[in-house]
Design a protein around this ligand. Structure first.
Ligand code: DC
Length: 219
């Protein structure tokens, strides 16, 4: 089969979409982009440069500079993954100009990758970035499950965090991501929805491989 396959994975934070995306890319030999890390790269650079979250002009200028010198290896920096960066990211990702600038990077990655296919995970991949994706997945879990996962993850890294604080921050972030005017987080009408609250990553993978096998047999 010569056609390049695009798989769009959307969902809230700590739903398991990143783990799934990475594992799937490895298994299928596809390229993978964590688009949350792309938005995080802007927030992290703002913190490093002391740019205020209200200084929209500076943020847009920064996003343009990041786009012009972008290299995918920049997304592997573990410092992008902190909750401080995550909260600021959710705030700046409502800026339409920032979304437009980052759309180019994501579309280019999806449509001109050199592997057999591309997997992108984020909030609006199936709805806005790749509306024609071959396979669309929306990965979710209850807020309580996701907050418990995130708290455990932070504590394992020796970062002290209480479940209550993590839950509150997560609720605020979900609300902002799902209610913004432009490209809100929501499942595409043709997305396959998987709730990971009560199943582990191996079971998620099994379900997804079954969906992919079924879809690709019809292409
Ligand atoms: O997936 P994540 O937690 O790394 O994403 C961080 C923030 O980035 C999230 O709160 C919303 C924003 N984001 C977005 O608006 N669109 C995307 N495609 C990916 C992330």
């Amino acid at each position: 089969m010569d056609k390049k396959i695009i798989i769009a994975i959307d969902g809230p934070s700590a739903s398991g979409k990143g783990t799934l995306g990475r594992n799937l890319a490895k298994k299928l030999g596809y390229d993978y982009m964590d688009t949350g890390a792309l938005y995080r790269l802007i927030a992290k650079t703002m913190i490093d440069k002391g740019i205020d979250e209200k200084d929209t002009d500076k943020i847009i200028e920064l996003a343009t500079n990041i786009k012009n010198s972008f290299n995918i290896s920049q997304l592997s920096n573990p410092e992008l993954k902190t909750d401080t960066v995550g909260i600021l990211t959710s705030k700046i990702s409502v800026i339409p100009e920032v979304r437009n600038i980052l759309t180019d990077i994501q579309s280019n990655f999806a449509n001109h990758n050199t592997a057999k296919g591309a997997i992108l995970d984020g909030r609006d991949i199936g709805t806005v970035i790749c509306p024609h994706a071959d396979i669309k997945l929306f990965i979710t879990a209850t807020t309580e499950t996701r907050a418990a996962r995130r708290t455990k993850e932070l504590n394992e890294k020796n970062i002290s965090a209480s479940y209550e604080d993590v839950l509150k921050e997560m609720q605020e972030r979900d609300k902002r991501d799902a209610n913004r005017d432009i490209s809100p987080m929501k499942p595409a009408h043709d997305a396959y929805i998987i709730n990971t609250s009560y199943i582990d990553e191996n079971e998620v993978m099994k379900k997804v491989l079954a969906v992919i096998g079924n879809k690709l047999s019809k292409i």
